[in-house]
Design a protein around this ligand. Structure first.
Ligand code: TXA
Ligand code: MG
Length: 337
């Protein structure tokens, strides 16, 4: 199949919405990363998403709606706390796991009786949901296991010939996927995947916010996980990633000892001074690092890197999301000095 590139004109957004209504899969821009969207209620369309990504069938898809008031149509119960969180953070990079109803098929929820609901703020995504009238199931638009796409070009590289179209809505603002939470009690939520809605921000609304241990630690094989995505290797370029938690001097020592052909360093913007190694930088603060990380991981592959030593980001605020993606890309291989 030919994969058409659409722009953000109303005419093209109508085309994208028509395709989705008719059961096709379309690459869609959001404020976090690009998604691979289809009608969440259409089992065949949802199967086509899993096929295009090569995604395990037990890893559920997030359902995107135009407004949180639509969540009642697809869920069987919504806690008061969810409404409070929606008032504060929707539309935006927050996904809430809620009990689903029959309008969400089991293929979409990966066999679970819950569904992740997200209200994206990207105007293009929002308009396409409105025009299609569909709940849109959308995982990140990468090949399963590879870094998430933050531009239409990234999606084209992974999905050309596999999906009907891609809508170019510019570079994703945040660059890391949404914060995924579940409800532990009336006033406590659990972060299953960190994102731009940080623990500190959630604490403005919730009495307690638990960070699931699987965010920073490897899950044992066969262990029960709160979110199926925690089981799988993720965000990994072809190159071997090694995270190094240390100051700049010690980091450079590690690189020097292990330097060779096709070895790269991924460092901070302020670090560049006199760095004698093949390297790339990924910003100087947590927001920039979130914005750039996936793009850099793809660029390192294109540059032919086989081994990449990465300076560990500060795990504060949105930095926890960057740290989480990197430690998973590294397969939990960390050098701590
Ligand atoms: O920002 C985002 O969330 C992007 C954009 C496109 O919206 N989407 C995204 O989808 O990152 P995906 O499928 O790549 O990641 C969704 C994660 C997976 O780790 C999945 O296991 C988890 O959320 N998840 C989805 N539904 C869940 C559920 N019902 N219970 C527990 N975890 C769930
Ligand atoms: Mg993903």
């Amino acid at each position: 199949m030919d994969t058409f590139l659409l722009n953000d004109s109303e005419n093209d957004l109508l085309k994208a919405a028509e395709l989705i209504k008719n059961g096709s899969v379309v690459g869609l821009p959001t404020e976090t990363v690009y998604g691979l969207g289809a009608d969440a209620a259409n089992e065949e369309a949802v199967r086509a998403i899993f096929a295009a990504k090569g995604r395990p069938a037990d890893n559920p898809l997030i359902v995107h709606l135009a407004d949180f008031s639509d969540a009642v149509k697809y869920t069987s119960a919504i806690p008061q706390l969810a409404y409070k969180l929606a008032d504060r953070f929707c539309p935006g990079p927050l996904t809430m796991v809620l009990p689903k109803n029959d309008r969400i098929p089991m293929v979409t929820s990966g066999g679970l009786d819950t569904v992740g609901i997200r209200i994206p703020s990207h105007p293009v995504m929002h308009r396409i949901i409105e025009l299609s009238g569909c709940p849109i199931a959308a995982p990140s638009a990468n090949t399963s296991g590879y870094p998430s796409p933050t531009t239409a070009g990234h999606v084209m590289r992974d999905m050309q010939g596999k999906i009907a179209a891609i809508v170019d809505g510019g570079q994703s603002d945040f660059g890391v996927e949404s914060t995924v939470i579940s409800f532990d009690s009336e006033d406590t939520v659990r972060i299953l995947r960190p994102g731009a809605v940080t623990r500190e921000m959630l604490l403005e609304v919730c009495s307690d916010v638990i960070i699931d241990p699987a965010i920073l630690h490897e899950v044992e094989e066969g262990a029960k996980v709160a979110s199926p995505g925690m089981k799988y290797k993720h965000y990994s370029p072809k190159a071997d990633i090694i995270m190094v938690e240390s100051n700049l001097d010690e980091f450079l020592n590690v690189v020097e000892k292990n330097y060779g052909e096709d070895v790269y360093a991924l460092i901070f913007d302020g670090d560049t001074c006199n760095c004698p190694y093949r390297h790339m930088t990924y910003g100087s603060d947590s927001s920039q690092q979130a914005h750039l990380l996936f793009q850099r991981l793809r660029e390192l592959d294109e540059a032919g890197a086989k081994k990449v030593y990465v300076r560990a980001p500060s795990p504060e605020g949105i930095g926890l999301a960057v740290y989480n993606r990197l430690i998973r890309a590294a397969g939990f291989e960390v050098i701590r000095i």
